[in-house]
Design a protein around this ligand. Structure first.
Ligand code: CAA
Length: 294
C-alpha cells in the first residue's frame, strides 16, 4: 500500500554495534531519532562512532559539513526509556539476544508509548511470534532485521510473526522504502532467511579452522577470491561479534538441531573476551588500518 505515512520519529533501543548504525541511518534519512541505552558509556561510544562515520562521509565528499551536522543533531541520546519512546511512531529494539530482556523492555515501551507505535525488533533469530504473544499485542510486533553496517547494507529483512497484522507489515515495508533499503518479507521461523544461512557458513569456517584445514586468512580468502564475498566468513564473524553469533547458534541448535551446534572454539573465544572487532580481537586483531592476522 503506498498510502502508509512516512515515519518522522523513531526510538532505537540499545546503542551497541547495530543500534548505533540504525540510529545513524534513520537520522541520515531525515528522521528524528532517539537512541536509548542503560549505559551512558555505551551512548558515548555510539556518539563517537557516528561522528567518525559522518566525518568520513564529509571527507569523501558524500555529505556536506552542514548536512553532517544536521544528521548528528537529529540524534538525541538518552538513558530515559520513557523520554525515548513517548512520541516515537516506531520503536526498533537492538538489545542483546535474550527473549526475557526484550519482553521486559517492550513491556516498559508499551506503558510509555502511543498505542499506534509500531514495535520493531532487530533480532537475528528469536521468535517474533513468541515476543508478540508474551507482550499480549502480537499484531503490533514485526521483525526489522538490519545488516552490519546498517547505513551501507542494502537489505532489510522484515519478519512476520504468526499474528503480526498486515497493516504492521505494510508499515514496515513503507519504512524500508523511506530508508532506501531493499526489503524481503519472511515468515517467523528460527534464523529467518538470512541468519540461518549466514551462521551456517560462519560456523563451518570455524570448524575448518579448528580442524587445521587452513589459516583464518586463507579460509577467508577462499570465499573472498573464489566466491566474491566482500569479506570471508571469519572476518565477518569478527565484524558481527562472536558473542552475537554464539547466541544465534545456541538458539538455532535448540530449535533446529545438531547441524547448528556451536563450535567449541567459538565458545572458548567468547569466554576469553575475544568477541571480534568491537573488542579489538577475534579471529583477527583489529587495528586503525583494518584487520591483521593474530
Ligand atoms: N557507516 C557508514 N558507512 C560505512 C560504515 C558505517 N559503519 N562502514 C563502512 N562504510 C562505508 C564506507 O564509508 C565506504 O563508503 P564509500 O564507498 O562511499 O567510500 C563503504 O562503506 C565501504 O567501506 P570501506 O571502504 O571501509 O571498506 P570495504 O569496501 O571493505 O567495505 C563493508 C566494508 C561494507 C563492511 C564490506 O566489507 C562488506 O560488505 N562486508 C560484508 C558485510 C556483511 O556481510 N554484513 C552482514 C553481516 S550479518 C548481520 O549483520 C546480521 C546479523 O543478524 C548478525
Amino acid at each position: 500500500m503506498s498510502d502508509v505515512r512516512e515515519v518522522w520519529s523513531v526510538a532505537v533501543l540499545g546503542a551497541g554495534t547495530m543500534g548505533m548504525g540504525i540510529a545513524q541511518l534513520c537520522a541520515t534519512r531525515g528522521i528524528t531519532t532517539r537512541l536509548f541505552d542503560v549505559q551512558s558509556a555505551q551512548l558515548e561510544r555510539a556518539d563517537a562512532s557516528i561522528k567518525k562515520q559522518l566525518a568520513r562521509a564529509v571527507e569523501k565528499g558524500r555529505m556536506s559539513e552542514g548536512d553532517s551536522k544536521e544528521v548528528h543533531g537529529r540524534i538525541t541520546r538518552t538513558e530515559n526509556l520513557e523520554e525515548a519512546v513517548s512520541d516515537a511512531e516506531l520503536v526498533i529494539e537492538a538489545v542483546p539476544e535474550q527473549m526475557d530482556l526484550k519482553v521486559e523492555l517492550f513491556r516498559s515501551v508499551i506503558a510509555s508509548a502511543s498505542e499506534n507505535t509500531l514495535l520493531g525488533s532487530n533480532t537475528s533469530s528469536l521468535s517474533l511470534t513468541e515476543l508478540g504473544k508474551r507482550l499480549g499485542q502480537p499484531e503490533r510486533v514485526v521483525g526489522l532485521h538490519f545488516f552490519n553496517p546498517p547505513p551501507v547494507m542494502p537489505l532489510l529483512e522484515i519478519v512476520r510473526g504468526l499474528a503480526t497484522s498486515e497493516a504492521s507489515v505494510e508499515r514496515a515495508l513503507a519504512f524500508a522504502r523511506q530508508l532506501e533499503k531493499e526489503p524481503i518479507v519472511v515468515n517467523d521461523y528460527p534464523g529467518f532467511a538470512s541468519s540461518r544461512l549466514g551462521v551456517a557458513l560462519g560456523a563451518e569456517a570455524i570448524r575448518m579452522l579448528e580442524s587445521g584445514v587452513a589459516s583464518a586468512v586463507d579460509i577467508d580468502r577462499a570465499m573472498e577470491l573464489g566466491y566474491r564475498h566482500p569479506m570471508g566468513p571469519l572476518k565477518l564473524t569478527d565484524l558481527v561479534g562472536l558473542d552475537v553469533r554464539l547466541a544465534i547458534l545456541d538458539h538455532l541448535h535448540r530449535e533446529l538441531g545438531e547441524q547448528f551446534r556451536p563450535p567449541a572454539l567459538l565458545r572458548q573465544m567468547v569466554r576469553a573476551g575475544r568477541t571480534g572487532k568491537k573488542a579489538g580481537i577475534g579471529f583477527y586483531r583489529w587495528t586503525e588500518e583494518g584487520p591483521v592476522p593474530v
